[in-house]
Design a protein around this ligand. Structure first.
Ligand SMILES: *Cc1c(COP(=O)(O)O)cnc(C)c1O
Length: 435
């Protein structure tokens, strides 16, 4: 696979370089130079393939001879002991449950794959790397679980103090070993900025092999395309076109859907669904991109004012607004609408959703309203298990919900974090002290 920088088309990188650099040196984003098509034969028979078989075929299509197929098989086998079932919630309406991994959020799909592919490359070079990652909630847990005890890799996670749920915090502060959690006095955007600065700092880069595990890293993006194919495989028998509604923050998830589409997955339309952090839906309505500082909402993992994958999102369409809007619609919803949707779906379909999933649900309803005469199956992506946001869910529904055992046991463990101001020099000093 060849990648180019969104800022300088002539700046190229291999798969291995793109994964370990995360960002091109000009601070653009890596984008595939072309999109290999999934074979017609495979698509014709995809309903008979397992999730792992689909993941292997897509990886093989993308990587060609860079990674031998047998190695890809091992890697996928290591990464995935969970799947993405599509569950019916209404007429022509399905929820794609992406929360069956170890941290119970969709970010496990990216983090597990990334850990497996990095350790595949590291095995051949004996390098040691340091992963830096900012989290608005669920990335931290997925990355901590994905990379836990992987040889040659240490992980530093930055999260905004007091702005993640108890369970989310426990997921990133209780593992220890090669995982360190920094509790930053600031917002998610502050955490993201600190990480970006570290990657541009010459001294840090001379001391550490820094790598990022945020959704800007192509190694997280690629595997997220697997479940769009898997949803198609599960729903193909109905013979109707698919519309995907994606609850979005940094827009990695939607970018992965667009990658799948560019590789030949039949998709009628995508819906970019956000909370009040609505820079992308506003862009889709007005053609003007005007990011704003992040606002706190009940869907906190999507509280991103300035989405890091926006540039990628429009690059899938050669930065042409008309082309983007032909394939992607955007809608945004406030807290009241979110909580009302959680109640509605619970009373109508007896289905409990997390607040992020509720945003995706609302986006799908809004699109259906707009495309009323059209016949399609709507798929809204469920990005986290509702028990990860238990307080809000219980308060919203007015009833108690069950917490899976894997989350319950976490709450008993003491958290370990290092408190830090949102200050780059302090961050740098801390990293240097861990040399
Ligand atoms: C990260 C996250 C999102 C947003 O995904 P992006 O790829 O950043 O758009 C949505 N929901 C949950 C639960 C998340 O953890």
């Amino acid at each position: 696979m060849i990648f180019y920088s969104t800022k300088t088309a002539s700046l190229k990188a291999s798969l291995e370089e793109a994964i370990f650099n995360s960002l091109p040196p000009d601070n653009g984003l890596y984008m595939p130079a072309y999109f290999p098509r999934i074979s017609d034969e495979f698509l014709a028979d995809i309903e008979n393939r397992s999730f792992k078989e689909i993941a292997i075929e897509i990886s093989h299509t993308l990587f060609g001879n860079e990674i031998p197929r047998t190695e890809i098989e091992t890697l996928i086998d290591q990464a995935y002991d969970f799947e993405a079932p599509a569950v019916q919630t209404g007429q022509d309406e399905y929820v794609l449950e992406l929360f069956h991994g170890p941290s119970m959020a969709f970010k496990d799909f990216g983090a597990r794959f990334m850990a497996a592919i990095m350790s595949y490359f590291l095995k051949r070079t004996n390098k040691e790397i340091r992963i830096l990652v900012a989290t608005s909630g669920d990335t931290g847990g997925a990355v901590a679980q994905g990379f836990f005890k992987i040889p040659g890799i240490t992980v530093t996670i930055l999260y905004p103090s007091g702005k993640v749920s108890d369970i989310q915090e426990k997921q990133l502060t209780t593992l220890g070993h090669n995982v360190t959690a920094l509790e930053v006095d600031g917002s998610f955007d502050d955490c993201q900025k600190l990480v970006k600065e570290a990657f541009l700092d010459a001294e840090l880069n001379s001391k550490f092999n820094l790598a990022s595990a945020n959704s800007i890293n192509i190694a997280r993006l690629i595997p997220q395309s697997f479940y769009f194919f898997s949803a198609y495989a599960q729903l193909k028998k109905f013979g109707k076109p698919l519309v995907f509604s994606v609850p979005s923050g940094n827009f990695g998830n939607l970018s992965a859907g667009l990658l799948a589409f560019r590789m030949g997955l039949p998709v009628k339309h995508f819906v970019a669904s956000t909370n009040s952090n609505n820079a992308v839906p506003r862009y889709l309505h007005t053609a003007v991109y005007d990011p704003a500082p992040s606002i706190e909402t009940v869907s906190n993992a999507m509280d991103v004012g300035s989405p890091s994958n926006f540039v990628r999102l429009i690059r899938f369409f050669e930065d042409d607004w008309n082309a983007v809007t032909e394939k992607v619609s955007g809608f945004y919803f406030d807290n009241d609408q979110t909580q009302k949707a959680m109640r509605d779906v619970y009373s109508n379909a007896n289905y409990v959703m997390c607040p992020h999933t509720a945003i995706a649900y609302l986006g799908l309803q809004a699109y259906r309203e707009k495309a009323r005469s059209e016949d399609f199956i709507g798929v809204f992506l469920s990005t986290a298990h509702p028990a990860k946001f238990i307080e809000l869910v219980e308060q919203t529904l007015g009833k108690s919900i069950e917490t899976p055992e894997q989350l319950k046991s976490l709450l008993e463990i003491e958290k370990v974090s290092i408190k830090m101001k949102s200050d780059f020099l302090e961050f740098k000093k801390l990293l240097m002290s861990q040399l």
